[in-house]
Design a protein around this ligand. Structure first.
Ligand SMILES: [Mg+2]
Length: 107
């Protein structure tokens, strides 16, 4: 079974591998501020696709569910990377958060 923790570790491993290669070419390292900027950029791409899916963009720029899936995955990747950077165990905290929502709004 592929767990949330596995996904978090895998994203971090790949993030490190990619940036260990690209950092020397760029002459600078990714910092948490760049990670947050990238996360927000991906959130904007999710918003753009949803805007297209809901008919608020020109027809040639209308989004597809496949595009939304790709952008949501990009966003999730950066959430995992940022969590791992700060040693946050989303496998533990995410279910707690979901449970808090249930307790607050359903029970
Ligand atoms: Mg993207």
């Amino acid at each position: 079974m592929f767990t949330l923790g596995d996904a978090q570790h895998l994203c971090w491993k790949n993030f490190r591998k990619i940036n260990d290669k690209l950092d020397p070419e760029r002459g600078k390292k990714w910092t948490p501020f760049v990670m947050v900027t990238d996360l927000l950029e991906e959130a904007g791409e999710v918003a753009s696709v949803v805007k297209g899916l809901e008919g608020f963009k020109p027809p040639e720029k209308s989004g597809t569910k496949e595009m939304l899936a790709a952008e949501l995955s990009d966003l999730l990747y950066m959430v995992f990377v940022l969590a791992e950077y700060y040693k946050i165990d989303l496998e533990r905290t995410f279910p707690e958060t979901v449970n808090d929502y249930i307790l607050r709004f359903i029970t």
